[in-house]
Design a protein around this ligand. Sequence first.
Ligand code: ATP
Ligand code: MG
Ligand code: MG
Length: 398
Amino acid sequence: MDRTVGLLGGGQLGQMLCEAANPLGVKVVILDAENSPAKQVNAKASHITGSFTDPEKIRELARQCDILTVEIEHVDTHVLEEIAEEGIEIQSADGKTTRKKVQVQPNWKTLRTIQDKFLQKEHLAKHGVETAVSQAVESDKSGLERVGKELGFPFMLKARKDAYDGRGNFPVMSAQDIPDALEALKGRGLYAEKWASFKMELAVMVVKTSDNTLAYPAVETIHQDSICKLVYCPPRGISTHLQEKAQDLARKAVGSMWGNGVFGVELFVMENDTIILNEIAPRPHNSGHYTIEACPTMSQYKSQLLSILDIMPSFPGNKIPSLSPATVMLNILGGASKTSHNALVQSAVATPSAALHMYGKESKPARKIGHITLVAQTMAEAEKAMNPMIALADEMRM
Ligand code: ATP
Ligand code: MG
Ligand code: MG
């Protein structure tokens, strides 16, 4: 593989991407802070120290690679547009200035549309994908009171940009919460979403190639305080038909985007079994970590690489199967002290069917610092083995 990939962001998703790139012989150059998790596992290239929001650093990265991709959507898309459309200036050995073509995958239009959650929802509505009813809001008391009347209480107030792990969401239970909501999300562009009384949350990883989309299995996700805690594959207690509907909707949503790559699609299953879309991530996703063990020859990270390199193989029925009958993934979040997670880590190591992934990040309360994936022959067996670890995770929660 002679093409070099440039990666904006070097967190745990970038780390697992590099782990998938190594056996493929793909060189990945990373732009992020010194010693970020992805850099810790990748000595193949000399990396760039800086921020993935800094246009000059992004240009420096572009000069060293053939394809740019992301592990986070909160990047500067204007400089990515410039690089994709005009190329990047480079100095040749004889001092001449030339322009080099660099691809941006997925396309900057996809990143720009998705990174603003309200724009994303408008785009999806236009393409016939149902989401929670969303509306623009005036960020003041009377504006939100009007939203309360129109959407009803509770509603979810959301920051349009820079949201992750629920940091950007405020559930407005009644008109009394409005001042607190405005204070919590002060200074950020906002929109409001009708409350979705879902009975289950699902997620589907989708790979977009230049002429197709491929779906991984639907998984059940469990969030606590808006942070993903657990993933179950297959989802518990919903029909195969509904799982296929989720895969079809996720493929349709990703099919409306531009460029190649892997996407995480978050969905709500409503009481009447209709499925609506929550949001899309244009990159590997927490709900797809399980694919490292459950799809050992085609993890979500390998798929991101093969799709952006445009060498993704095809799969029967456009579905990438799980090779594990039952899989459960548990996130490890930092606890009150730097060592709170030790008992959980020891328990994972002592469980032969569990795979431990620690990211090399400093532990801070509620920060994602690792995860555990457990594979089994049946879901009952998987739950039995995972439940003691869930209990340990609950004990260390802040
Ligand atoms: P992520 O880390 O997935 O990017 P985020 O900060 O972008 O998270 P969302 O995905 O918008 O946040 O919401 C986080 C969680 O909050 C959802 O998974 C769901 O549990 C809950 N949630 C979001 N929107 C709604 C809604 N309209 N009604 C009810 N619950 C919601
Ligand atoms: Mg999000
Ligand atoms: Mg989300």
